[in-house]
Design a protein around this ligand. Structure first.
Ligand code: ME8
Length: 569
């Protein structure tokens, strides 16, 4: 009912908010796309969903980057944020919110949260000594740093063992968060929520880390060192630690501090937070501890993914080996790039980004697989796809069966596949395996091509034509002797064409979250009504009124859904 719908908590998906110290690369675009696909899948299924992305604009790293650029920090971050916003727009990210940590409302929310933490006794003042990495914006314990020779400069530096980033010895007075107090509570939470971190292997890492012990967390820095950030309420000499500031964005963006009763309608807490494996600790240890301390509900799942590498080295802003996402978009187009990144991107293990490989995958999957199937059905003059759909989709009760009792095993096998694949894809999406889900959709495309190959409607059409043209009647006789007839042959052709068209319709519906533009064109070509593109229509035989007429696909390369890509760019 209407009230139920209003009260419904929207499905809330987030990306990390990105540092604007340097331009985005393909890695950032990947996270955005993953989150976008998860959101769009929910929308396809009829759920209200909210997607957040944005930029992390405070902290030492930004302060130094602005200084280096000879700019005022605000001017510097304004420029940086614009680039990320433009990127989200160009990749078709359907974000409802773009938060910037320099937004007034966010800063006020952070101040409020700080006061709550203080009031509840979670904060104390003390001196802090340790190794701080500006690049990672975090302290490392002595056991996690070592002396290295920096390859580029030959300088001997102390660096984090985990990230290889330089650390600096800092000794200063600052505020601490009693993170250690949350060890037991966190461990209990992990135990009660075994699916909290996906994939499971990263859950195990986090549990082991917390089991090994949690040190209290330094959550402010002297303002004379770090001026670019939110000041500690009531103590102007200290600036709030950038990660506390940044993590709170997921709450402030949807209205924290919440008006009582409004929290659920805002979407909070997030249903799924997509992050790279580099920031798991922050999202799966610090963030839930902050939420516990603030008496806020905890996010349901953290979906962690692996990294894109270039020449096997992690793509990173600081290494200068990031692939420019704007160039990639121009070269391959939004949909092929979205498809490639999800299909080939790493969740558990890193994946290497390679232009030649993208072209190869494009040729095989999109041109040779999906594009070819569409063209085979819609462009061929050999059969009448409209007649096939009229015959089987628009059938009445007395119509001939689509799958014959003792018919060809290959068609009944394919029919079963058509029946099963949507639910299987949905299950993969529920398990947060969008790569596997996309691969499974593509398998249906390949299976449709194989089914056609096997059914060989073109051979039957030739047989049909020749029998009809044969004035001696000999060929008709032969057909009859072989236990078939003109009508049966024609029905066979229509049957295999209809099964292939049905595959294209279901695939088109399921591909919408992955390739919004290409799938729209595909469904347009198939003549599927706009209001019949949601999940409930993604069942074989459900739509009885599409395809009449099919939209002309156009001549030459222009009319192709996936035109050839040029490899020399
Ligand atoms: O960490 N492959 O921001 P950030 C895949 N501001 N994804 C990659 C990647 C790669 N090579 N490199 C980066 C921050 N990413 C903080 C987050 S959230 C409260 C604050 C993606 O600009 C991946 O999602 O360094 C990674 O976690 C994120 O960008 C880091 O972005």
């Amino acid at each position: 009912n209407a009230t139920g719908k209003q009260d419904e908590k929207p499905y809330y998906v987030t990306t990390p908010i990105f540092y604007v110290n340097a331009a985005p690369h393909v890695g950032h675009m990947y996270t955005m796309i993953l989150a976008d696909v998860l959101k769009r899948w929910q929308v396809l299924k009829g759920r209200k969903a909210v997607l957040l992305t944005g930029t992390d604009e405070h902290g030492m790293k930004l302060q130094r980057a602005a200084q280096k650029a000879g700019m005022e920090p605000q001017e510097f971050v304004d420029k940086g944020a614009e680039v990320f916003k433009t990127l989200a727009g160009q990749v078709g990210i359907s974000n409802d919110i773009f938060i910037r940590t320099t937004d007034k409302q966010h800063k006020e929310g952070v101040e409020y949260a700080w006061q709550m933490l203080e009031e509840q006794g979670h904060v104390y003042e003390s001196r802090h000594e340790g190794w701080y990495s500006v690049s990672d914006e975090t302290f490392y314990p002595a056991s996690q740093v070592h002396l290295i020779v920096e390859p580029e400069t030959g300088r001997k530096i102390m660096a984090s063992i985990e990230t290889g980033k330089e650390v600096e010895w800092t000794s200063e007075a600052n505020y601490h968060f009693r993170l250690g107090d949350f060890r037991e509570k966190l461990l209990r939470f992990y135990e009660e929520h075994p699916d909290y971190i996906v994939p499971k292997s990263r859950m195990d890492d986090v549990v082991n880390q917390v089991k090994a012990g949690l040190e209290d967390l330094s959550i402010s820095r002297p303002a004379e060192r770090l001026s670019w950030g939110v000041r500690v309420p009531g103590d102007d000499s200290q600036t709030i630690y950038v990660w506390l500031d940044a993590l709170l964005n997921y709450a402030t963006a949807v209205g924290y501090p919440f008006t009582p009763g409004k929290e659920r309608a805002s979407g909070f807490p997030p249903d799924v937070q997509v992050v790279g494996k580099d920031i798991v600790r922050f999202h799966c240890i610090y963030w839930p501890a902050f939420l516990m301390a603030l008496d806020l509900p905890i996010h349901k799942q953290v979906f962690t993914h692996a990294h894109w590498t270039l020449g096997k080295k992690k793509m990173a802003k600081s290494s200068g080996n990031g692939v420019n996402p704007f160039f990639a978009l121009e070269r391959f187009g939004i949909d092929p790039l979205r498809w490639y990144l999800i299909h080939e991107g790493g969740i558990g293990d890193d994946a290497d980004y390679d232009n030649a490989f993208i072209i190869e995958k494009y040729k095989k999957g999109l041109q040779g697989g999906l594009g070819n199937l569409l063209a085979r059905i819609l462009r061929s003059k050999q059969w009448d796809a409209e007649r096939a759909v009229k015959r089987f989709a628009h059938r009445d009760a007395s119509a001939e069966p689509l799958v014959l009792e003792n018919g060809d095993a290959s068609t009944s096998k394919f029919y079963r596949q058509l029946q099963n694949v949507p639910a299987q894809v949905d299950e993969l999406m529920v398990q947060l395996l969008p790569n596997k889900a996309l691969q499974h959709i593509m398998r249906l495309v390949y299976a449709a091509n194989v089914m056609l190959q096997y059914q060989s409607p073109w051979t039957r059409v030739t047989q049909l034509r020749s029998a009809m043209a044969d004035t001696t009647g000999q060929e008709l006789d032969d057909l009859r002797k072989a236990g078939t007839s003109i009508e049966a042959l024609e029905a066979d052709v229509d049957r295999s064409i209809y099964l292939a068209v049905e595959a294209l319709r279901l695939v088109g519906i399921m591909l919408q979250p992955f390739m919004p533009t290409a799938s729209k064109r595909q469904l347009d070509m198939l003549g599927v009504a706009e209001d019949r593109r949601s999940w409930e229509w993604c069942q074989v035989g459900k739509d009885d009124s599409y395809g009449v007429p099919f939209c002309p696909i156009g001549k030459g390369e222009k009319g192709l859904l996936f035109p050839p890509l040029t490899s020399d760019f």
